[in-house]
Design a protein around this ligand. Structure first.
Ligand code: NDP
Length: 329
């Protein structure tokens, strides 16, 4: 038997609870992993609270990320005792995920844990941090360099935003952090490396198709009207890496920034991202993320705490990252 968070659904709706289940119930897969640590991402919080249509099969063990040790493997790349990391691939949505003592997975989904990181540090990064790195790589791929100008990061005090600021600052970019919590988060965001903080204020309200050119690049986790207004304020040939929908799924923009300023809107998806790009992102995280900065943005919670923490995360009330240690040996 092993402990797991289970989301089930009946006539009364969706419920999430900590339960004990038999290892014989683990889904198909060629690698069994003893989970050492997981982490609470925005998507996990939507799954656990039922506030977003994340879970595609019931019952489901949520947790889109995990770090652990291979306990059994029929996959040629992995042996018993290997340290591995999993991010995405529909795990925690359509295949049982990381909020459990054990997971059975496809070896093709796993990557080796970067030697620079402990399982806890890897989960402190998690999908949020690996996505932040994919955003930075997209800016670079489209020619944005530190001398191009200021980079705006929206949803700055959240998981993706916090790590994007830390990476960009470490790479020498001038980072402007946009937050809805400027009165309480300014010191935190400056310590991560933001050169200045701006309040989200009326960025969420309908704006003009084009406004004064301000940003050479942007990492946007908010979507909706904020993303439309970010696009309208990009410099000529600026690049926006769009990865999130914390403020909404819509995109009420015009084509003006794209056809008059040559702005690029680069879409970022971490879930099905090819393995080679994932490995590159994790190797670069190992090089460009200061472990002290990472620990300053991370809090640890127990598996039993994921329920209240999910409510707070969806409400935008968590700072940085939450890890969920599961087994220590
Ligand atoms: P967090 O909850 O940690 O952070 C989101 C931040 O967005 C909040 O801290 C807040 O920033 C801001 N925010 C929250 N609600 C609103 C709102 N209603 N309007 C405007 N801003 C808001 O989430 P993550 O950083 O982990 O994820 C951010 C987004 O990125 C999510 O939508 C998530 O689904 C998406 N994502 C997408 C991935 C992909 O593969 N494309 C992978 C990972 C995440 P502040 O406190 O500074 O105001």
């Amino acid at each position: 038997m092993f402990k797991a968070v289970i989301i089930s659904k009946d006539e009364a709706g969706q419920h999430a609870a900590l339960e004990e289940i038999s290892k014989s119930k683990l889904p198909e897969g060629d690698v069994t992993v003893r989970v050492q640590c997981s982490t609470l991402n925005y998507k996990d919080a939507l799954a656990i609270t039922g506030k977003g249509p994340v879970v595609r099969k019931f019952p489901m063990i949520p947790g889109i990320d995990l770090a652990g040790i291979v306990e059994q493997s029929d996959h040629p790349e992995f042996r018993i005792g290997d340290n591995v990391v999993l991010n995405g691939w529909g795990v925690g949505e359509a295949h049982w995920g990381g909020f459990a003592e054990y997971a059975r997975l496809k070896g093709d989904w796993l990557i080796p844990l970067e030697p620079a990181f402990s399982p806890e540090q890897a989960m402190s990064i998690g999908t949020a941090g690996y996505t932040a790195m994919l955003c930075v790589m997209a800016l670079e791929r489209h020619g944005i360099a530190p001398e191009s100008g200021e980079i705006l990061v929206t949803g700055a005090a959240g998981g993706v935003g916090s790590i994007a600021i830390a990476i960009l600052a470490r790479l020498g970019y001038t980072v402007v952090a946009m937050t809805g919590r400027s009165s309480t988060m300014a010191e935190y965001l400056q310590a991560l490396g933001a050169s200045r903080i701006i309040d989200r204020g009326n960025y969420g309200e309908h704006g003009k198709p084009l406004v004064k050119e301000q940003w050479a690049g942007a990492v946007d986790v908010v979507g909706g009207q904020v993303l439309a207004n970010v696009c309208a304020a990009m410099k000529y040939r600026g690049v926006v890496a769009a990865c999130g929908l914390a403020g909404g799924m819509s995109f009420p923009a015009t084509v003006a920034p794209f056809i008059l300023r040559g702005v690029t809107l680069a879409g970022i998806d971490s879930v099905m991202c090819p393995k080679a790009e994932r490995i590159e992102a994790w190797q670069r995280l190992a090089r460009h993320l200061d472990p002290a900065v990472l620990s300053s943005m991370t809090q640890s919670i127990a598996l039993t705490d994921v329920f209240p923490a999910s409510e707070r995360l969806v409400a935008g009330a968590i700072r940085g990252r939450l890890i969920v240690p599961i087994s220590s040996n």
